[in-house]
Design a protein around this ligand. Sequence first.
Ligand SMILES: [Zn+2]
Length: 204
Amino acid sequence: MAKLYFRYGAMGSGKTRDIMKVWYNYKEKEKVAVIIKPVKDKKGENKIVSRDNNELDTDYLISSEDNLYLLICKHITENNLDCVLIDEAQFLERHHVEELTEVVDKLGITVMCYGLRADFQDNLFPGSEALFIYADVLEELKTICKCGEGATRNVRFEKGIPVFSGEQVAIDGIEGVSYESMCRSCRKKLVKKYSMQNNKKEDA
Ligand SMILES: [Zn+2]
């Protein structure tokens, strides 16, 4: 039975590495998986790149207007296909996820989406929200905070300073932006520390 999976985790939880592992598993069994990535993720361009610097070519970079069901229908007229792998799935639009349910239900092809659960302000990304609604299987990929607890939050830094407001999308490694995955409690402490510092500045 084909299923729609959403494997979610904070930054650094090994999502891209897991995609690579699944891709090689299919290949070893002489089956075919395609890799798709939303074009919003500018990092690595047409490749997916893991934190240990392995990379694989994507088969399709998709924009917000693309119809994923039609794309896969076209692909299978000329190619074998056993699995669709999607990196940075938080950047999908809701209609993309609805189209992926058609890939599973009408074409009988398994789709595995990998992405972040929430953004740096603790709001769901549109793609993640739709996947929490539609996915058959939800699986958390785990990583740890520096305190040793499980990290579920993503804290954004700009040139090393934590920021708690701004645009939802700012890509790791571009224009001084970086992220650290943290547990909920450590994120709260950091918010408190920086809001106190900012208040002091305003008082001065
Ligand atoms: Zn912590």
